[in-house]
Design a binder for this molecule. Structure first.
Ligand code: THU
Length: 136
């Protein structure tokens, strides 16, 4: 089954991710990333990357958005948009893919685009992390 997201909702979600990227704290990489999660109830929860001088503690935008949502009691998601990158759109990193797989269905749409504009790439959580680690 493929979940479809209305083109207007997709644009709104990407716009929300771009607004979130404006809050990125990225003095070390100078690489702002924004994420916007659409909840099943139609709410948008955003996140940005938050870096740290010790580097390894850096939080990616996608995980910031997910942790904000989950800590507010929201675990049902319909789509995710991510924006980052100048020339090449930033796809979610491997760690974020595993965390997405924890909370999102494999067929959940993920859109990613460059920071400043242009077309977005459409994929799914399952396509980003096939054969994800699960415990049964
Ligand atoms: N980053 C994200 O926010 N999301 C990703 O999926 C990939 C990387 C951030 C981490 C770091 O602050 C910056 O991008 C450069 O790697």
């Amino acid at each position: 089954m493929t979940v479809t997201v209305d083109a207007r909702i997709r644009r709104n979600l990407i716009a929300a991710a771009r607004e979130a990227a404006a809050h990125a704290y990225c003095p070390y990489s100078n690489y702002p990333v924004g994420a916007a999660l659409l909840t099943r109830e139609g709410q948008i929860i955003t996140g940005c990357n938050v870096e740290n001088v010790s580097f390894g503690l850096t939080l990616c935008a996608e995980r910031t958005a997910l942790v904000k949502a989950v800590s507010d009691g929201v675990r049902e998601f319909a789509a995710l948009a991510v924006v980052g990158g100048d020339q090449t759109p930033a796809a979610p990193c491997g760690a974020c893919r595993q965390v997405l797989a924890e909370f999102c269905a494999p067929d959940m749409p993920v859109f990613y685009a460059r920071l400043t504009g242009g077309r977005s790439v459409a994929t799914t959580v399952g396509a980003l992390l096939p054969q994800a680690f699960i415990k049964t």
